[in-house]
Design a protein. Structure first.
Length: 353
């Protein structure tokens, strides 16, 4: 990859919805060493609005058009998961640095095709957008677990709450689009893989859209028996909240609680709740993208690899089965980690973890 004389990575952002537009704005305003030169989306109004956030960026209806018409070094993929593979495969063929929002893809089979294609190259090119690995709270919690300062980790209580869901949000998407974050970050924090998954469904929230059984509780069990209990609750109305309580042998640690000003007035006290993922994880996204850009300049990745994306897809697939059956489902990985994805001594502790 030959970086232009400006020193900036030439980036195409594919998908101009909320996440894609946020990345366009982020790279233009807060990231060094990169510039958005193309925005891709078939929606004419949406792609035009996102491109306005990056003066000089061209707009295209398809990634193939952008590849043919524009000199690119890298691509950020912010489309729905089922549309990731059709962008990732030609991007790999073109030798581009790739940051794919979660999930890597929507099926295990697709994820396998992606990692097989990537291994035809000389090194990993794909980083998956599990941004919680870059959040200060999760990093501190991971270090605390590894230190053994409070004895062994016994369990995690995780809450993943959204104010509402977009139209046509399916029940399986609770696992594949939302709990997928916990599916990735739990092994990252605990330091071992998930071996089983179970889903329990309490009384349904009447505020949820018709046909959506919400909330649900997802039980993730790791290799040593650590149990992560995940409350996925996506029509809770009050705002966006992601918290984790870690239960150790001799203590409890918590992350994600409000840290802003507490106001007492009119006979009550309260603190603000972040309205969306942008406020809760904005700093983590900034760190993630900056490190991806820096790594791309160095010819590597600095975060979750396509292998991590594959592992998450296997657990999510088992989770959808558990969701439908009500039974505990073992997680069975089809292959061992290829040497291609092993962490080199010079890599960040995040890379390929």
């Amino acid at each position: 990859m030959s970086i232009p004389s400006t020193g900036n990575l030439r980036v195409a952002v594919v998908g101009a919805g909320m996440m894609g537009a946020d990345h366009v704005s982020r790279i233009t305003q807060r990231i060094s060493g990169a510039e958005v030169v193309a925005v891709v989306d078939p929606d004419v109004a949406r792609v035009a609005a996102a491109a306005e956030l990056a003066p000089g960026a061209e707009t295209f209806a398809s990634f193939e058009e952008a590849l043919a018409a524009t000199r690119l070094d890298a691509v950020i993929i912010a489309t729905p998961g089922f549309l990731h593979e059709p962008v990732i495969l030609p991007a790999l063929e073109a030798g581009l640095a790739i940051l794919s929002e979660k999930p890597l893809s929507d099926t295990v089979e697709s994820s396998l095709r992606i990692i097989e294609a990537e291994q035809r190259l000389d090194r990993p090119h794909i980083q998956v957008g599990f941004m919680r690995r870059f959040d200060a709270g999760y990093l501190e919690l991971r270090e605390l677990v590894a230190s053994g300062a409070h004895g062994a980790l016994l369990a995690l209580h995780c809450a993943h709450r959204n104010p509402s869901t977009p139209p046509n949000f399916s029940e399986s998407a609770l696992i594949t689009d939302s709990v997928i974050h916990e599916i990735d970050v739990v092994p990252f924090v605990v330091g071992e893989p998930i071996v089983s998954i179970e889903v329990k469904k309490p009384r349904r929230n009447s505020l949820a859209p018709d046909g959506l059984r919400d909330p649900q509780f997802v039980l993730l069990e790791t290799a040593s028996g650590v149990l992560a209990i995940v409350e996925i609750n996506v029509n809770v109305q009050f705002g966006y909240q992601v918290t984790t309580d870690a239960v150790f042998e001799s203590g409890v640690a918590s992350i994600g609680r409000p840290q802003g000003i507490e106001v007492a007035a009119a006979g009550s006290t309260g603190q603000g709740i972040t309205p969306s993922f942008k406020e809760r994880f904005g700093a983590a996204y900034d760190v993630e993208v900056q490190r991806w850009v820096d790594a791309a300049h160095a010819g590597t990745i600095d975060g979750p690899s396509a292998w991590d994306g594959y592992l998450a897809s296997v657990v999510a697939d088992a989770g959808v089965v558990a969701q439908a059956s009500g039974e505990k489902v073992p997680v069975q990985y089809a292959l061992d980690k290829p040497a291609f994805y092993e962490v080199s001594p010079a890599s960040s502790v995040l890379a390929g973890a």
